[in-house]
Design a protein around this ligand. Sequence first.
Ligand code: FPP
Length: 254
Amino acid sequence: MASPAHSQIATAPRPETSGAAPVAAHVAIIMDGNGRWATARGLPRLAGHRAGVEAVRRTIRSAVEHGVGWLTLYAFSSENWRRPAGEVLDLTGLLRHFLRSEIRELHEQGVRIRVIGDRTRFDADIQADLAGAERLTAANARLTVVVALSYGARAEIVAAARAVAAEVAAGRMDAAEITEESFAARLSTPDIPDPDLIIRTSGEQRLSNFLLWQAAYAELVFLDVLWPDFGAAHFAEALAEYARRERRFGARPG
Ligand code: FPP
């Protein structure tokens, strides 16, 4: 259970300092367009997902270079389980391979790995690798990469509601103590700041059940590039767009 201090980190709007253009502290990305990228080249979808993994590598590097502290990647949604079995196998295979081949290097770069979502739906060896990656990198402080796996925001919110309801039913909590802070502390992100910037690639303009609670004040940037083509210049472009926007968190202009 998160401490109250942690829950404040998750929900309190953080005013930007004036002067230098603000760097988004937490960038979250809906990586979309692997399939279209492959189809446009007459390749199997797996080729698109493979190229998508390369884009993940590039993006982690870019985030480190820009001094972004948190990078959340929507790698597998709870709805992705409904794809054809062969594609699910390809995606979980890529995840397995990524964890085994990349984790040392990420660790050496000072990257900390965190996972949100229902990891219990993955094979036992993948669950063990995820836990190992989190353990190995737990003390790293340069960049935290939050990997959303079998993640769905509605399920996350329902789980938090159940947790709160169970505490009230058990008499450990009063209904009046259900606040934005105490509720957010029961989401999967109690110690993770809300995203400042959410990027979606491929031209689609929707959130697709991604971080619905945490996205309350996020700036949304939709880029017309397929995920496998996403590179350092796109990352920089999205950060620049974020820096140009005036964030008021619902307050009136001063
Ligand atoms: C969307 O493309 C992408 C995904 C299904 C998830 C992102 C997956 C990767 C980047 C590869 C896996 C990497 C790791 C490290 C797990 P799409 O298939 O929905 O594309 P489409 O909309 O063009 O069909």
